[in-house]
Design a protein around this ligand. Sequence first.
Ligand SMILES: *Cc1c(COP(=O)(O)O)cnc(C)c1O
Length: 372
Amino acid sequence: MEIYLDNAATTKISDEVFGAMLPYLKEFYGNASSVYSIGKKSKEAIIEARDLIAKALRCKSKEIFFTSGGSEADNWAIKGSLLKSKHILSTPIEHEAVLQSLEYMKDLGYEIEYLDVNSNGIVEIDSLKSKLRDDTALISVMYANNEIGTIQPIKEIGEFLKDKNTLFHVDAVQALGSIEINLSELNVDMMSFSAHKIHGPKGVGALYIKEGTKINSMINGGSQERNKRAGTENVAGIVGFAKAVEIAQKNVYVRNSKIEKLRDKLLKNLLSLEGVYLNGDLENRLKGNINISMENVDSSILLMKLDMEGIMASIGSACNSGSINPSYVLKAIGRNDELSKNSLRLTLNEENSEEQIDRASAIIIDSINSLR
Ligand SMILES: *Cc1c(COP(=O)(O)O)cnc(C)c1O
């Protein structure tokens, strides 16, 4: 039995999404900029997709800009927005797409400062209050963390920034599908999304850019995406993404309560072992996320053992798997080197069954015991 427990790395495309995409890979292959009928068909599909996403996220259609995924959206928000001054705030637990974009900005002469996160991986609002300056041009805080699943107080941060002159960017790639996102209630200027984390196709996503926010084009060329992002549109991808967003924003509660039951059962079993600790907050956490650190277990060997048994899991973020570096997220929340290195991330979704969870639980426990 194969058991996929790595939904934070990517998800399986859903039948509905796949079905919606197919016509745009086969019959309607026209370029959306062309005048004949299959071109118009593509153009209409993009308009419809943008409208669907805007409706689902409660923003305006013209505030949605399609990208090649979450990484591009993060890069664009940070490198592209027209910043009035040189100070940027973020957190030490952001995704690499944000952290590396900040490094790039640092090389250009920007001053990057990181907010404190507590030992549960939650951003301290007090740290924001003390570090925010009159010349802070941008603050980037993720909605939910990809390694430890912690959910940040985005609404509160937005409220606090309301009368300030600072742009607020949020990476919501992990949040979408697990948290109902209502952009009309969040004082956010830019928000990043990706399709493949919500049962959509890989290689497509979006950046929400609030009306009036000034941003440069990062990909120059044709006039696609209202002159903001050149390149022939990934029509099938965009259509699939829209379908995935529509589904993701529906029934969040029902989906979450199913996932939470499974997660809690698995977590309880794992925490019954000695020297196994949960990383991150239990309350403010994505329902599908388990991240544990283990004493006296080499987690890269554990991963291989699990793989042989058909269990697909990861150590922290997918980008770091295979490497033996301690997780920077776990270090940032105060774990020592050993516990930051020897972690295991299990990310569930609604397709996991109780039978799978029971089996996974037994195999993981056996494997940990045998490695000790
Ligand atoms: C996956 C992920 C990204 C990158 O998205 P891609 O579409 O894979 O480029 C960015 N941020 C977070 C939090 C992610 O989990």
